[in-house]
Design a protein around this ligand. Structure first.
Ligand SMILES: Cc1ncc(COP(=O)(O)O)c(C=O)c1O
Length: 391
């Protein structure tokens, strides 16, 4: 097969990105798993020569990890990508790399809970001051920027409550002051949102979710907008001994080939289910940015090219026991914390929501769905049957 000259469409790019690596057999479709701790050198003189093309230790990755980095860079439009052993590790690696002693960091209030715990427990112990801001602050964030602000961390949309950050507005204010911006871009998978094109410096993925797509691999990635950022992340990962297994990198790249078609199906089903839920008496609000009634719908329309399969609902007030009964009554949804896989999942979320910037009013219990590849009609019938327990 000769390589296509100019693959243009996003699915074509996903299918063809990083398919050939140095030295691989010509008749293989996929870059192979190269397992190595030791890398052998021809001669003693080569050991410390540090030639860019020379690999010298397995911790820095083999062609398998490099292929995944190249594919993610292609997807995100990045100058370079660093892998991390989980999505959380990618967030903490990037935050650590941009942190400065005595610095002040602005973090969106709807950030993933464990990222928040890292900021509150690790970064503060290193002398950083962490301040959370309303995810809907947009250009008003200006008033919270200080002379010592060393980073702004975003997550758009928030993975429980689905607020959208105004990335272009925040990137503009940060760039004017030389402050690095980072976004956890897992919801859109680098597929429906291109933060680096909007001036954000680092796009972070829990590739555990849509990239791998099969709920059996943990993987993280930090994609950098420019060479200097890519070098900073590489250096930080290198100095920390950060590494991922080639088997996991292989599975992630394999998953990425079908991410576009999976997301198309998941987008369509999730939207249909969200629309159906918005007509139900038991449901107070549906938190899905593609619905016109979502408070950030206009921002979503402006910045995103689609919506993934993760959204939440706020139920009309019922007891915690009733919420448990509802979740337990679902038969096609697994009860589990992750999302983005081929199978549908559900969690009730209130215990997970931690806020300090006053950006969430718990008007009723929150339930989050990750819509998989099942038929939407079956999922709707399942939810309808489970809603009956709330009566
Ligand atoms: C928004 C978001 N970011 C990061 C992560 C962390 O990913 P991982 O489970 O791979 O550490 C998650 C996991 O649920 C998440 O929802």
């Amino acid at each position: 097969m000769s390589a296509p000259q100019t693959p243009k469409g996003p699915n074509t790019r996903l299918v063809h990105a990083a398919r050939r690596v140095k030295g691989m057999a010509k008749d293989l479709v996929n870059p192979p798993v190269e397992r190595a701790s030791t890398i052998l050198f021809e001669r003693a003189e080569d050991l410390y020569a540090r030639r860019p093309e020379q690999r010298y230790y397995g911790r820095y990755g083999t062609a398998t990890q490099s292929a995944l980095c190249d594919a993610i860079s292609d997807l995100e439009g990045a100058a370079g990508t660093v892998l991390a052993p989980s999505g959380l590790a990618a967030c903490t690696l990037a935050l650590s790399a941009v942190s400065k002693p005595g610095g002040h960091m602005l973090i969106t209030d709807s950030v993933y809970g464990p990222t928040r715990n890292f900021c509150d427990q690790i970064l503060t112990s290193r002398g950083l001051e962490i301040e959370y801001f309303d995810p809907r602050a947009g250009a008003d964030l200006q008033s919270q920027i200080r002379d010592n602000t060393c980073a702004i961390f975003l997550e758009s949309p928030g993975s429980l409550t689905l607020e959208i950050n105004d990335l272009p507005a925040i990137a503009a204010l940060a760039q004017a002051r030389g402050i690095p911006t980072l976004v956890d871009n897992t919801w859109a998978a680098g597929w429906f949102l291109k933060p680096l094109e909007m001036g954000i410096d680092y796009s972070i993925q829990a590739a555990t979710k849509y990239h791998t797509g099969h709920s059996d691999v943990l993987m993280g990635a930090v994609a950098s907008r420019d060479k200097a950022g890519a070098e900073l992340m590489h250096q930080y990962a290198f100095l920390n001994g950060n590494t991922v297994s080639p088997d996991d990198a292989y599975l992630t790249l394999r998953g990425m080939r079908t991410m576009g078609v999976r997301l198309a199906h998941q987008q369509q089903s999730a939207l249909r289910i969200a629309q159906w839920l918005s007509g139900r008496d038991e449901v107070m609000r549906v938190l899905h940015p593609a619905l016109p009634e979502h408070p950030d719908h206009e921002l979503w329309k402006r910045d995103f090219t689609g919506a993934s399969g993760l959204f939440s609902i706020v139920l009309n007030p019922v007891s915690p026991e009733k919420v448990h009964d509802f979740v337990n009554a679902l038969s096609l949804f697994g009860i589990g914390f992750s999302w983005g896989g081929f199978e549908s999942l559900v969690i009730h979320c209130d215990p997970q929501i931690k806020r300090t910037a006053g950006s969430w009013d718990a008007a009723g219990p929150l339930v989050r769905f990750s819509i998989g590849l099942e038929d939407a009609d079956d999922l709707i019938a399942d939810i309808e049957a489970a809603l009956a327990v709330l009566k």
